[in-house]
Design a protein around this ligand. Sequence first.
Ligand SMILES: [Ca+2]
Ligand SMILES: [Ca+2]
Length: 182
Amino acid sequence: MTEQTAASGHGISCFAAVWFDANGDRRPDVLAINEFGRNALLVNRGDNTFAESDVDPVFGGLSMGVTTGDFDNDGHTDVYIANMYSKAGNRILANVDTTGYPPELFRKIVEATVGSKLYRSRGDGTFELMPPDVIPYDVGWPTDRTSAISTEMVGWTCTPRPDSGRSSAASPMGDGVCGRLS
Ligand SMILES: [Ca+2]
Ligand SMILES: [Ca+2]
């Protein structure tokens, strides 16, 4: 059945998945979050099959969690993907001599350390990666963060909440701004 519907999502270990309408055609699509490879956006063709797409322009993968919500209140469902953040990894990669790497390959390597990402939907099946200052990304091990982010994205109200004091607290305001609370 998976092969017939083209719904394998790269056939990699899937950590989480979410149904939502990624392209505004009112048919539910699937975003599969893969632990050991690229994530896969499966766009519903409406004929019981899917077309494989993605939300990230560089790599978008090695991920741990996903949630959706309209954080800027424009009627298009946006995506938050929880990825591991490594301060040490960023420090090491910043000192790597990249002359031996194809630039596109090294950008993908860096993806393994940059942390969580927020993608703003354009409403047509494409997404804009929001800059790191829009939502905290340096969460470390982020599997426990998606539920909190999800609650606030759905409500998009400014709801300060106690947090561990780390830089992971966020409060989407419903206008595309996610304030850092820590
Ligand atoms: Ca759709
Ligand atoms: Ca939106």
